[in-house]
Design a protein around this ligand. Structure first.
Ligand code: HEM
Ligand code: HEM
Length: 179
């Protein structure tokens, strides 16, 4: 089977797209509560893990975006009304934007603090900004707001996936799970 519908549009997500989606999903769903924990409790090792996981999320999105741009997403079921299509598309591209911006803001804020940016104990990532404590404080406020915004959007995203699977009983969740 070619994986293409008669129109030439893809029927499903590629294996690479699915691996990148679920790897990112696990990391981000760890990252938001981990961020909230480290600012509220004294959890040294989780700090390092949060920075490492954030850098990994950035690396994954650098691979994922070119892949996505060269491998279009499969079309939604034809009976989905246009406003819902626009909502899904907007949600996905806002999530992509946040996956790029949020780790960069975290990295710049940490560099400007300045605090180390470890990568799973393997290496130390370079600082990408000079020391500027005022900027760092401001960027951590931005980092918090973007982190909370991501959490809220993801509740909607996961809710939409469940709505497709449980209520509409279509293949939208399955095509991201098993292609
Ligand atoms: C349990 C958690 C999650 C579930 C059940 C889920 C489910 C899905 C499903 C079913 C799709 C395909 C939608 C379609 O075919 O139109 C999708 C796409 C997408 N998901 Fe998730 N997702 C989850 C977590 C996440 C997380 C944590 C992120 C990142 C912050 C994320 C980002 C995206 C993006 C950007 C797309 C668009 C893919 C495309 O380009 O078409 N997802 N998700
Ligand atoms: C998608 C990736 C990321 C997400 C979703 C995320 C999310 C969060 C969240 C929700 C918080 C709690 C903020 C608060 O309540 O004040 C936080 C804190 C923090 N994040 Fe991230 N983060 C990400 C990437 C990064 C990266 C790449 C770095 C550094 C290299 C980083 C460094 C930090 C630090 C140092 C804190 C603690 C700030 C403080 O002590 O005030 N984050 N993050």
């Amino acid at each position: 089977m070619s994986g293409l519908a008669a129109s030439g549009a893809p029927r499903s997500y590629t294996l690479i797209a699915r691996i990148l989606h679920w790897a990112t999903a696990v990391l981000v769903l760890f990252q938001i509560p981990a961020g909230l924990l480290i600012v509220n409790f004294d959890l040294g090792p989780v700090y390092d893990l949060h920075k490492s996981v954030g850098a990994l999320i950035l690396a994954l999105i650098i691979v994922r975006l070119p892949w996505r741009l060269s491998h279009p997403a499969p079309p939604l079921p034809s009976d989905i009304p246009p406003p819902q299509r626009v909502a899904a598309l907007t949600m996905h591209w806002v999530l992509y934007a946040l996956l790029v911006v949020q780790p960069i803001v975290g990295w710049i804020a940490t560099s400007a603090y300045p605090a180390p940016v470890p990568f799973f104990g393997l290496l130390e990532l370079p600082h990408i900004w000079w020391e500027d404590r005022v900027l760092s404080d401001r960027l951590f406020v931005v980092h918090r707001s973007l982190g909370i915004a991501m959490g809220v959007l993801l509740i909607g995203h996961i809710g939409a996936a469940l709505y497709h699977h449980v209520i509409r009983r279509d293949k939208v969740l399955l095509r991201m799970l098993r292609g």
